[in-house]
Design a protein around this ligand. Sequence first.
Ligand code: NAD
Length: 468
Amino acid sequence: MSDATAADLHHILDSQRAAFLQDGPPDLKQRRTDLRRLKAEILKRRTEIVRALKTDFGQRSERESAIVELIPLVQSINYMIAHLGCWMKPERRHVSAYFQCGRAWVVRQPVGVVGIIAPWNYPVSLALVPLATAIAAGNRAMLKPSEFTPATSAVIGEIVQAIFPPERISVVTGGGDVGAAFSALPFDHILFTGSTAVGKKVAEAAARNLTPVTLELGGKSPVVIAPGFSMQRVADRVAFGKLTNAGQTCIAPDYVLVHENDRDAFATAYQDAVKKQHPGGYVGSPDYTAILNAHHYGRLSGLIDHAEAQGARVIRLGSDSATDHILAPVLLLDVTPQMAVMQEEIFGPVLPVLTYRTVEEAIAFINARPRPLALYYFGGNRAERDWVLKNTVSGNVTVNGTLMHYVQDDLPFGGVGDSGIGAYHGKEGFMALTHARGVYRQGRFNAATLLQPPFGRLADTITNLILR
Ligand code: NAD
């Protein structure tokens, strides 16, 4: 596919908007049929998708791709099919005593045409879950996948082309310049997934058209381990969260805050957990994924080197391959907040460990930094857990685990502050991409009609009654 030009983008948007106005919003049956066709086409091309991901990453675990890209995608489509009827029902609202005989309700209206911009790290699910959500909400959509996963983008384009005409759904390709032109289009909503830096640009461009945005961004998601908690359980789950897709996950645990007395126990348990999950090493492994490209491999190596130069203890848990961008897991001890690895989202299999003396100190550390996309708390004391949750703000939380809030279809998924604006998944996705239109039907009689000119004594009495 060749890159879209500004003229192409405008033409597609105009034709989608005209078709939306002409055909009107699709009914429940149509939306369910479209979602089922999308799911069937994804399943039909399962092998093709997994191969394309492998081509784009060089080494990407086929099983992991099926588990972390396709299962959440298919599950979320199933969930939408099952609950859409309920979400689409008009919702009756309260009418005050003075307006009795009238009726009020809310209808969730499709907004029109939604622009979707996707990143490279989970290029299938982060393009197609937003697309399925736009379809469930009754919209038309234009989708721009990442330029860094061309093979996967081509398959996504074929999936969409096989089932939808371009005036319904369209996939356009290109890099940052196309992204900039795309986000300047007067869409009815933009759903962007990517970095905080680019998210700010998208928000700026959208503001010029007063286009509402949902921004799914990144950041540093901390893990807080309560003093004395079982380190083996923590280490297994942190290793799983950190090493899935080699740490190239927006909600990957970025760094660990552990009590100073437990630091060594955690470090030992983490090394054991990593070895247990990847007994065969990393280069050429069917279960481990490469870093996307030389740029990110170099960036991660730079973070490790900088930390080491600043006095961190670097524990490398396997051998790497610079040629194939394969970076084995790395544990960093004696880390300080000033190190570069603590200044930016890591997005790789590098785990810095910081220590605290009191849980309050750990929470103050988190609260002094931008609000994270995810927060992970491990602990067995309910009062302390509640205190931590009450005194922190993050997009989402998983307690005693990592990543798993993402696959709860009935939970909103999104960030807060620097990690994002708005949320999607399940019902919240449907709400984000529809307009809540309040409708009031006035009854034949109501007290309000007595408050019209010419005003008399009765109007005074009613006014005084209301303003008691
Ligand atoms: P990115 O921001 O560099 O790119 C994302 C998309 O934006 C790409 O399609 C790109 O072409 C496009 N783009 C680039 N410049 C643009 C511009 N000026 N205007 C509009 N679009 C533009 O992000 P990335 O490197 O692909 O992905 C990694 C980042 O995404 C990480 O920060 C990660 O945490 C975040 N992320 C967030 C989520 C989430 O759900 N919150 C999920 C995955 C990734």
